[in-house]
Design a binder for this molecule. Structure first.
Ligand code: FAD
Length: 348
């Protein structure tokens, strides 16, 4: 997600270098996509309750221009130049780092995986040797759900190109069915490509053990609560618990020497995480704070930067931006309220 905003007088509202509300980019490109979203899970047609089907019916019938009006703060645009422009302005104007993601995960054939890989290779080439931009990738976009060998080949090609420029690559974590494979890929390549990182989701019961299994590698980690709707048999369903578990996870990771990206928009969780880090004797070399582009927390982010803390925004872009937004809305209808509030700069 990426783009602009205005001011409400609220300190956390932003003046982000985000795209203006011009015409929606690449209108139409999304309609045929069935991919999931950056961390969106739900594949609408499989949903079974009437309410869910109705909700998806409403969301899928929102005209693309209307969707763009409400969601443009979260998406950099359709093209990599849009994402790079946003990333460069963020760094120049506010000292904020970026991690760029190509929208289009959960592809359905090898050709789509090849297209995604090609876009990543072009993105990396255009980014060059930048010390304020990293790459985020969902392995489903590179063919994880189709063929593991194909996915590994694509991952290695991407890692090789990133290594040429010294760029850091982080594997986003998708729903629980993909975790073993994603961790396996991380382990497979970390020896040769050290500048890679992984994501752990505190909502899952398995996560502390998953981290423990990698502890010898001192992984560079992003800690999140997790965005996928997971079954109660394997995950905490209460957000407050997820956040407490996230703080415990940070402690576990710092205790084992990991570099930790604190990825949340909850200011209280960020403050508590920083207090834990301080108490453990950690410095700003041991962590950074990550948020999504478009979430109106500029003032908070700028305060962190002023304290010498690295802040990195997640910048998605791509032709399939509208499919991405529809799935985000479907996966979490509260985002609609957040998006509207964000657009008109109410609250916060
Ligand atoms: P919340 O309670 O959801 O949010 C706190 C407050 O932030 C809200 O009350 C609201 O005021 C504000 N806010 C939150 N979202 C928005 C919004 N969209 N618009 C406006 N305001 C908003 N999940 C994964 O499963 N896998 C990943 O790989 C992954 N990578 C991530 C990378 C980054 C950089 C970030 C920030 C999140 C990532 N996530 C990932 C998503 C994460 O798991 C959470 O679902 C998401 O961050 C919301 O949880 P929260 O901790 O921000 O708390």
């Amino acid at each position: 997600m990426s783009k602009k905003t205005a001011h409400t007088g609220n300190p956390d509202h932003d003046t982000n270098p985000q795209p203006r509300i011009s015409a929606p980019p690449s209108v139409g490109a999304e309609m045929e996509s069935t991919g999931s979203t950056p961390w969106n899970h739900t594949t609408p047609p499989r949903e079974d309750s009437l309410v869910q089907r109705l909700r998806w019916g409403v969301i899928s019938s929102i005209p693309t221009f209307a969707l763009w009006f409400f969601t443009h703060p979260y998406i950099a645009g359709a093209h990599r130049a849009d994402a790079l422009n946003v990333a460069r302005r963020l760094y120049k104007k506010r000292g904020i780092y970026s991690t760029i993601d190509v929208l289009g995960e959960a592809i359905e054939c090898r050709e789509e995986a090849a297209d995604a890989l090609e876009e990543y290779l072009q993105l990396i080439g255009d980014t060059g040797a930048s010390n304020h931009i990293s790459i985020s990738v969902k392995l489903s976009a590179l063919g994880q759900g189709i063929d593991t060998t194909l996915c590994d080949h694509n991952v290695e090609t991407l890692l090789q190109r990133a290594a040429e420029y010294g760029l850091f690559v982080r594997y986003d974590m998708e729903d629980h069915t993909t975790i073993d494979q994603t961790l396996g890929t991380y382990k497979k390549f970390i020896g040769e490509y050290a500048r890679t990182g992984i994501v752990f989701q505190s909502m899952l019961f398995r996560t502390p053990a998953d981290y423990d299994a990698l502890v010898h590698l001192r992984p560079n980690v992003r800690g999140v609560i997790g965005i996928y709707r997971e079954p109660a048999e394997i995950a905490y369903t209460d957000k407050r618990t997820m956040k407490e578990k996230l703080l415990q996870l940070f402690e576990q990771m710092w205790a084992n020497g990991s570099y930790v990206a604190i990825a949340t928009h909850d200011r209280d969780v960020v403050r508590r995480a920083l207090a834990i880090a301080n108490k453990m004797g950690k410095t700003t070399d041991d962590y950074e704070v990550q948020m999504l582009l478009g979430v109106p927390l500029n003032h908070f982010q700028d305060d962190l930067v002023a304290q010498g803390i690295k802040v990195r925004l997640y910048i998605p872009y791509g032709e399939h931006w509208a499919a991405y937004c529809r799935r985000r809305l479907n996966g979490n209808p509260n985002i609609a309220a957040l998006a509207i509030r964000n657009l008109f700069r109410f609250g916060q």
